[in-house]
Design a binder for this molecule. Structure first.
Ligand SMILES: C[N+](C)(C)CCCC[C@H](N)C(=O)O
Ligand SMILES: O=C(O)CCC(=O)C(=O)O
Ligand SMILES: [Fe+2]
Length: 444
């Protein structure tokens, strides 16, 4: 009986969460406000809280049979490994080892270093609390050895799997050319970017939401570009150097160092971890053409998900190699990176990295022949979306205007050009950009 109510609730949760969760058009509201409060279940309601809550400290399940024991505050089932709790309209299930492992008491957790002191391997995998007590908003577990673990219910909601499943790691606004242009995302002025936290925060907020952002009025030199990069991150040094500076002189064995057009792609797909961010500053162009193309890869992937979910899934499952082989002048390199085109978090299906570069894609030999054809079909579907003219945002990079591109999300390309064109820039480590963003209070 209890079981039925629970599965009903679960399917309700699923219904509530359908659509919009993976790639919300706007920052996801706190999930509490997504869920109606009027779900009736066995509950104990607190009068002292404004937010209605229900808790089920007294329901225990023998997982194999779905048999429940209702016993208030105390358990004595030999079989139970699970603690179920409903609070703030979230049904949560906690494994007892998990509850022991996450104990934040002084002997288990060092709150100065935010590190666990408890040796998890010392926890009995069959551990069960001797007693459980609820006191307004705090749960107390007393373990067989007498150790007491306290949990604040809000902490549990925030840190439970069920709570996380309903959230995105990073809110984003997916765009095509029209959406991006209509959003009128402001560029940040160089001085405000370098000298104020507000300027930097505004820049990073836009960058996180759209995957591209511009800084204006930057003196057109490599040194100033470097200063900008260092304001938000460590520079990721690669085979191209720390700061790079390039023209169409074929000084390196790659099409980027020519005047040819480059179709949309992400860079360094041939690294096990592709570079997180790319910074471009055009220092000079005396000639024609050479515009930069930007396409939101996540927008295109979202279209694939809507139109052909099984193709989306295939692109997220099939691992591929990308390769960089260089043998020009003094430069000898052979890089190989392996991973799927679409990379998603398994618990909430959120897309976090697209690896798309048809120039650098290596021989496909990681996939059996029957899957190969399905993969090509899925790749075609994605390519069609990526190539829709309405998804293309074209800009002419000019001295003074520095472009930051999320290389895990937004594809770039360029039009062929004539004349002398000088570009400088660098790659950034994604971890460090996100670190800066979090320290400024942004969700990243
Ligand atoms: C930016 N910079 C000119 C230094 C590198 C170009 C790398 C080009 C390579 N085909 C790729 O897509 O990764
Ligand atoms: O020349 C350009 O505008 C960009 C070339 C390119 O794709 C790159 O350097 O990664
Ligand atoms: Fe590139």
């Amino acid at each position: 009986m209890w079981y039925h109510r629970l599965s009903h609730l679960h399917s309700r949760l699923q219904d509530l969460l359908k659509g919009g969760v993976i790639y919300p058009a706007l920052p996801q509201p706190n999930f509490k406000s997504l869920l109606p409060l009027a779900v009736h279940w066995h509950h104990t309601a607190s009068k002292s809280l404004t937010c209605a809550w229900q808790q089920h400290e007294d329901h225990f399940e023998q997982p194999e049979t779905g048999y429940f024991m209702k016993k208030r505050g105390l358990i004595d089932s030999q079989f139970c490994r699970l603690y179920k709790l409903k609070y703030a309209n979230t049904v949560m299930r906690f494994d007892y080892v998990w509850l022991r492992d996450h104990c934040r008491s002084a002997s288990c957790y060092n709150s100065k270093t935010h590190q666990r002191s408890l040796d998890t391997a010392s926890v009995d995998l069959c551990i069960k609390p001797k007693t459980i007590r609820l006191d307004e908003t705090t749960l107390f577990f007393t373990w067989p050895d007498g150790h007491v673990t306290k949990y604040d219910l809000n902490w549990l909601v925030k840190n439970s799997y069920e709570g996380q499943k309903q959230k995105v790691i990073q809110p984003r606004i997916l765009w095509n050319a029209e959406i991006y242009q209509q959003a009128q995302v402001p560029s940040v002025d160089c001085q405000s970017f370098l000298e104020t936290n507000e300027g930097l925060k505004k820049f990073l907020q836009n960058f996180l939401l759209y995957g591209i952002a511009f800084v204006e009025n930057v003196p057109p030199t490599q040194e100033h570009t470097e200063k900008l990069a260092e304001r938000i991150s460590l520079i990721r040094e690669t085979i191209y150097g720390r700061m790079w500076y390039f023209t169409s002189d074929f000084s390196r064995g790659d099409t980027a160092y020519t005047k040819l057009a480059l179709d949309r792609h992400t860079d360094t797909t041939y690294f096990q971890e592709p570079c997180g961010i790319q910074v471009f500053h055009c220092l000079k162009h005396e000639g024609t053409g050479g515009r930069t193309l930007l396409v939101d890869g996540f927008y295109a992937a979202e279209q694939v998900l809507q139109k052909a979910p099984e193709e989306f899934e295939l692109l997220s499952k099939v691992p591929l190699k990308h390769e960089y082989i260089e043998d020009v002048g003094e430069c000898h390199n052979h890089m190989i990176g392996i991973g799927p085109v679409l990379n998603i978090y398994p618990w909430n299906k959120e897309l976090y990295l697209i690896r798309y570069n048809n120039y650098d894609r290596a021989v496909i030999n990681t996939v059996p022949y029957d899957v190969v054809h399905r993969w090509y079909t899925a790749h075609r579907t994605l390519t069609i979306e990526l190539r829709r003219p309405e998804n293309e945002f074209w800009v002419k990079l000019k001295p003074g205007r520095v472009l930051f591109i999320d290389n895990w999300r937004v594809l770039h390309g360029r039009e062929c050009f004539t004349g002398y064109r000088q570009l400088c820039g660098c790659y950034l480590t994604r971890d460090d950009v996100l670190n800066t963003a979090r320290l400024l209070g942004l969700q990243a």
